[in-house]
Design a protein around this ligand. Structure first.
Ligand code: CMP
Length: 226
């Protein structure tokens, strides 16, 4: 982990900070550190009592809860401009989950007292934080619904549609089956069987580690909650 320099230009690239005036940013400066984390490192550990907010500048991370026996569920993934650690900051309880770097990550780390002081003076920034938390609650609601109402086939179909990115007209999922299993709350073997079945029905194909979604309409149907 290294500490690098922070400047206004860098801060203004982050939507949350773009809402702060130069004067507010100048006050925040001493409370902000720029940190680098290697792939796989834990940036926040579940149940820890710490009080800082983190904003990802580059890289991707996953939010996970584990059962202490090596089994874990992935609650979500977060990337550039997104923040994490706001829950403990606001309710003052231990960290609700761990946040682990999926790629090398550069993050801004801000001390609680300075950040809360800024939020108190800036209702637009407070609303942005609230909107993000509501967005996560919506995603969590969808996840609860799919766990309760869908079989593994439907959950995988739905997840693949969420993860697929349009790369020059090809719908590509760059997430391994182990991670998919953690995201849908099923075993890796079960997910492998479902992916094989989807391949045999022409819904997807493999391209090395990646999955290419071929039949979006059928996948949409499989992954719909009715
Ligand atoms: P905190 O509880 O402080 O530390 C773990 C962080 O993970 C938490 O704050 C949120 O920022 C983030 N987090 C928790 N649950 C989710 C979720 N379902 N989706 C995305 N991020 C989450």
């Amino acid at each position: 982990m290294t500490n690098l320099a922070v400047n206004t230009t860098l801060l203004k690239t982050v939507p949350l900070f773009s809402l702060f005036s130069d004067h507010e940013l100048a006050n925040l400066f001493p409370a902000i550190q720029l940190r680098s984390y290697a792939r796989h490192s834990l940036m926040v550990r579940a149940r820890d009592k710490t009080d800082a907010l983190y904003i990802i500048l580059s890289g991707k991370a996953k939010v996970v809860i584990d059962d202490g026996d090596g089994r874990e569920v992935t609650l979500g993934t977060i990337g550039p401009s997104e923040f994490f650690g706001e829950m403990s900051l606001i309710d003052e309880k231990p960290r609700s989950a761990s946040v682990q770097a999926l790629e090398p990550c550069e993050v801004l780390c801000i001390s609680k007292s300075s950040f809360m002081a800024c939020l108190a003076d800036n209702s637009e920034a407070a609303m942005l934080v609230l909107r993000n938390v509501i967005g996560r609650l919506r995603e969590a609601d969808h996840k609860i619904a799919s766990l309760a109402l869908m079989d593994v086939h439907g959950r995988v179909a739905r997840l693949l549609m969420e993860l697929a990115k349009d790369v020059s007209g090809v719908w590509v999922v760059d997430t391994g089956s182990e991670e998919i299993a953690r995201m849908v709350g099923a075993s890796r073997e079960m997910v492998s069987r479902v992916l094989k079945d989807m391949r045999e029905h022409g819904l997807i194909r493999r391209d090395k580690r990646k999955i290419i979604v071929l039949d979006r309409a059928s996948m949409d149907q499989h992954g719909a909650i009715r």
